[in-house]
Design a protein around this ligand. Sequence first.
Ligand code: FES
Length: 106
Amino acid sequence: MVRITEHPILTTQSESRGSSPWVQFWFEDACIDAVEGEPIAAALAAADIVHLRDSQRFGQARGIFCGIGQCQDCVMIVDGVPNIRTCVTPVRAGMRVQRQHGRGEP
Ligand code: FES
């Protein structure tokens, strides 16, 4: 996937984010570049990471579905806390994000 940097109708990233800095965070062992404050799931999608969790019952891969914080298909472990909806949780520098399996219990 790629970031949309130019669009004829929507506000572009540079217009909407002004001078927001690029930051790095960790997805498991990978360092990911992101614009500070964008949703974690969006930053991961821009890095071609769309498998965010495994379902509890069948262990099936799940990713962004609603994108507005309603379905919980995007929940991940963020800084050790499970069940964080990454489509509505902003990226912060240095945060640690892990794919969640089931309920995210140890
Ligand atoms: S994709 Fe539905 S809550 Fe995040």
